[in-house]
Design a protein around this ligand. Sequence first.
Ligand SMILES: [Zn+2]
Length: 181
Amino acid sequence: MGNESVKNIQRILQENGYDLGIWGIDGVLGRATKNALMQFQKDSNVKADGIAGTITLRELMFLKFPNFESREFSCKCKGKYCRGFPSEPDENLISLLEKIRGAAGGKPLIINSAIRCEKHNEASGGEPGSLHLKGLAADIRIPGISIRDLRKICIRMNSNGGCGISYKDFVHVDVGSKRIW
Ligand SMILES: [Zn+2]
């Protein structure tokens, strides 16, 4: 039995080489798991308190995506209006970006803008209620691939969400409803 969300955390820790002791993935936040979590927090420059808070859970999720880091998804207002994460990056969005990156030949994918706070969204000309506010959208480019070609790749890989050219030099992708422009 044990707690499912604890098991999920334990699974990620174990898969990434953190020692859970003799109990393994048991769904219980015991001493070995807490030590493993604190070691992970130290390695990730997160306050090592052994508590799976918002920042720790975000960093654990990013262990699944070796080609991306959480800071690439933060709001780009540079602390003017928010502290970077007024919402959390959606796991399906990051999976989609991994797929697009792979389909484009594994070249580095640059995220111009992912999460935005309300004020930064407004200041950067985003639509009110934009999916960027909820961590569900990213504006991307891949050096060496034209925007038109990247748009085609995105449309092919993103069967359920939105795709289109934004600000001329970026392709917007989101995991909202199916829209193409
Ligand atoms: Zn902001």
